[in-house]
Design a protein around this ligand. Structure first.
Ligand code: ADP
Ligand code: MG
Length: 255
């Protein structure tokens, strides 16, 4: 199948005063893929995402989203993308159904809250207040809010940071479900195991520059081909496997 480009970023730069946080990066995201932006803190991941999301001004470069030029029609871009809303602090007294209806109103979209809550496995929390949910539930809800306007592309900035192993795996399944419905996903993460499981392709970004970009498989093969060897013998399992094996996959968030 031919790869259709849905996002094209060319020579993107972002300066905060004298400091250049993004130093001329270029990449394409293909329709229907999960694309990962990986990199240490301060690498420029969030800045890059927020520029594409039209939430931050770029200094120079071009960004095309589904054929729409960011410089010409940012409002058109807004209509076809899903961005995680900062729900924390907003109306902590409203329940999930009420929050979805509220956000639907902001987007001028008629939404079916139950359908959306089903998608993220929160149907039984429909009448629960946002503040009463666990970390994993809050993240799932925040991902649900990205889907309100039936976007072609969703942006997830570190959606699994701070979650326990069960909640993290549960979120991976959710992201895969969303992609399976045809939505393109751009995700940032610090967890390489996560990127390996989820991402079709990744860009590794460091100090505002892309230093590698390919499928996780290809990047690993390239490293091995360069003569790299693991310093010690690799066991058949790791501590995370032990943890999951002992505690199971079931979510722990009954609060
Ligand atoms: P990441 O998401 O990869 O951790 P960010 O895009 O948040 O990185 O930040 C990249 C760099 O730009 C960091 O050095 C950060 O301190 C700086 N930065 C981010 N936002 C601002 C801002 N509003 N003003 C000044 N510097 C900023
Ligand atoms: Mg960030």
């Amino acid at each position: 199948m031919e790869n259709q480009t849905i996002i094209s970023v060319n020579n993107l730069r972002k300066k905060y005063g004298d400091f250049e946080a993004v130093k001329g990066i270029s990449f394409d995201v293909y329709e229907g893929e999960i694309f990962g932006l990986l990199g240490p803190n301060g690498a420029g991941k969030s800045t890059t995402l927020e520029i594409i999301e039209t939430l931050r001004e770029k200094t120079s470069g071009t960004v095309m989203v589904d054929g729409i030029d960011l410089d010409k029609a940012p409002d058109q871009i807004k209509k076809i993308i899903g961005v995680q809303l900062q729900t924390s602090g907003y109306y902590p007294g409203l329940n999930l159904t009420e929050l979805i209806e509220l956000f639907g109103g902001l987007y001028n979209q008629s939404v079916n809250p139950m359908e959306l809550l089903d998608m993220v496995n929160l149907r039984d929390k429909a009448k629960a207040k946002y503040k009463e949910m666990s970390g994993g539930q809050k993240q799932r809800f925040s991902i649900a809010t990205t889907l309100i306007n039936h976007p072609k592309i969703i942006f997830l900035d570190e959606p699994t940071t701070g979650l326990d192993p069960q909640a993290r795996r549960n979120l991976w399944d959710l992201v895969k479900d969303i992609r399976a419905k045809g939505t393109t996903v751009i995700i940032t993460t610090h967890y390489m195991d996560e990127a390996e499981v989820l991402c079709d392709r990744v860009a590794i970004i460091d100090s505002g520059k892309i230093i590698a970009m390919d499928s996780p498989d290809k990047l690993i093969d390239n490293l091995v081909a360069s003569g790299f060897e693991k310093p010690k013998e690799v066991k058949q399992a790791n501590l995370e496997d032990v943890f999951i094996n002992l505690t199971g996959h079931t979510l722990r968030e009954e609060s």
